[in-house]
Design a protein around this ligand. Structure first.
Ligand code: NAG
Ligand code: NAG
Ligand code: CA
Length: 341
C-alpha cells in the first residue's frame, strides 16, 4: 500500500513536469530545457541572456547534461557557466557547484591562465575543458531545470509581465535602470521589445503602469519620472522612428510632452515616456527605468507532449564529415513563429 502511494506520488510529480510549458526555442529533455545560442557573446552577456530568458548559462555539471550539451553544438568550443569572475582561480558553476565536484578533463596544455587574464571555462567539442578569456565572444547554451512554475497568460514564467486588456499586450516595468542599449537587450532576451505606443489607449496604459510604481517605492539615486521605450532618432535627426522602423505617426501615437523633444544637455537621441504617458527624448547612455512590451503568443511556448523534434544539428562548418551532414540535414525541424509586430 505504502509503495503504491509512493509510486503514485512519484508518478504525479513526473506527470506534472510534463504539463509545464516553456519557450519552444528550448528543447525539452528529461534533464531540463536546453537552448544552443549560436550568436557568440562575451561570457557576461551570455550569462545575462540566459538569465533573462528564464534559465542559466549551462554548465556540464553531470555526465547526462554534458552529453546533451555536446550534441547541441558544432563549433570548436562554447562557453560554460563555470567561471572564476568573483576571485581569481576559484571556479564555480553559475549555480555554485565547485569545479572540483564537476567531472572534467583538461585539453592539452590547459589550464594556462594565459597572461593571468583568464576567468571562464570553455567546453570543447571533444568534451575537454580550457580556461579562456571571458571577454572573447563564444557561442553558449542556456539551461532551464525542470520546475513546476508554468508560463502565465503572458507566455513567460516571469511574474513581472502583466496583461493589459486595453491593448491585449503584456508589459514589464523594469525598476533597475539601464541604458537604452541594455534596456533593449533585456526586453529582447525576455521575449519582448522596448514598449511601442500605438494608440491613445496604450499611452494611458503607460501612465497607469507608472502610477503603480511611485518614485518613492523605487530604490536608487536617479530620475524616476521617465522610462525608456522603443523609439529613437538614429543619433542625429528629428526623424523619430520606432525600433521596428515606423514613424511615430504611422505607429499610431506621436504626442510629445509639452516643450519636448528638447535635445537637452549632451544630446537626446533615445525615446522615453513620462509619467503622464506622453513622449520625451532622453540621453541614450544614461541609466533610466524602462518598459518592455510582450505579445502573449511570442515567443511560442511548448510542452513535451508535442512530438519530440530532432536534435541533430546541421554542422555546416563540418567539412571533414560530409556523411554526418547528409544524415543531419533532412531531419532538422525548425520551430519558429512570426516575430513581434
Ligand atoms: C543635440 O545636441 C547636441 C549637443 O548639444 C548637438 O551637438 C546636436 O547637434 C543637437 N542635435 C539636434 C538635432 O538638434
Ligand atoms: C506526432 O506523431 C504522430 C505519428 O508520427 C502523428 O500522427 C501526430 O500527428 C504527431 N503530432 C503532432 C502534434 O505533431
Ligand atoms: Ca528631453
Amino acid at each position: 500500500m505504502k509503495s503504491i502511494l509512493k509510486y503514485s506520488v512519484l508518478l504525479f510529480c513526473f506527470a506534472s513536469l510534463y504539463g509545464v510549458k516553456f519557450r519552444c526555442d528550448y528543447r525539452f529533455t528529461s534533464l531540463g530545457w536546453f537552448k544552443y545560442q549560436e550568436i557568440p557573446a562575451t561570457w557576461y552577456d551570455a550569462r545575462l541572456q540566459c538569465q533573462l530568458e528564464g534559465g542559466i548559462l549551462a554548465s556540464p555539471t553531470t555526465a547526462g547534461i554534458k552529453s546533451i550539451m555536446l550534441e547541441s553544438f558544432c563549433k570548436p568550443e562554447i562557453f560554460t557557466g563555470i567561471h572564476a569572475t568573483f576571485s581569481k582561480g576559484q571556479y564555480y558553476s553559475i549555480n555554485g557547484i565547485p569545479f572540483t565536484q564537476i567531472p572534467h578533463e583538461w585539453a592539452p596544455f590547459e589550464p594556462d591562465n594565459k597572461n593571468n587574464a583568464v576567468s571562464c571555462l570553455a567546453l570543447r567539442s571533444d568534451g575537454k575543458f580550457a580556461d579562456v578569456r571571458c571577454d572573447e565572444p563564444r557561442p553558449y547554451i542556456c539551461y532551464r531545470e525542470h520546475s513546476n512554475v508554468d508560463v502565465n497568460v503572458c507566455g513567460t514564467p516571469d511574474p513581472e509581465y502583466h496583461f493589459e486588456s486595453q491593448t491585449n499586450k503584456c508589459y514589464k516595468f523594469h525598476t533597475r535602470p539601464r541604458t537604452f542599449t541594455r534596456a533593449h537587450f533585456a526586453c529582447s532576451a525576455e521575449g519582448g521589445h522596448l514598449a511601442i505606443v500605438n494608440s491613445e489607449e496604450e499611452s494611458k496604459v503607460m501612465s497607469q503602469i507608472f502610477a503603480k510604481h511611485p518614485g518613492s517605492t523605487i530604490l536608487g539615486n536617479f530620475y524616476k519620472d521617465v522610462a525608456f521605450i522603443g523609439f529613437h532618432n538614429w543619433g542625429e535627426s528629428s526623424d523619430w522612428t520606432t525600433i521596428h522602423g515606423q514613424s511615430l505617426k504611422d505607429a499610431g501615437f506621436d504626442r510629445f510632452s509639452p516643450s519636448q523633444p528638447d535635445n537637452a544637455t549632451l544630446g537626446e537621441y533615445c525615446g522615453s515616456v513620462l509619467r503622464n504617458g506622453l513622449l520625451n527624448d532622453l540621453e541614450c547612455e544614461m541609466h533610466f527605468l524602462f518598459i518592455c512590451e510582450k505579445r502573449p503568443d511570442y515567443p511560442a511556448v511548448c510542452d513535451n507532449l508535442q512530438n519530440e523534434t530532432s536534435h541533430i544539428r546541421f554542422c555546416d562548418n563540418n567539412v571533414e564529415d560530409p556523411e554526418k551532414q547528409s544524415r543531419a540535414g533532412s531531419t532538422n525541424i525548425d520551430i519558429r513563429s512570426a516575430g513581434p509586430v
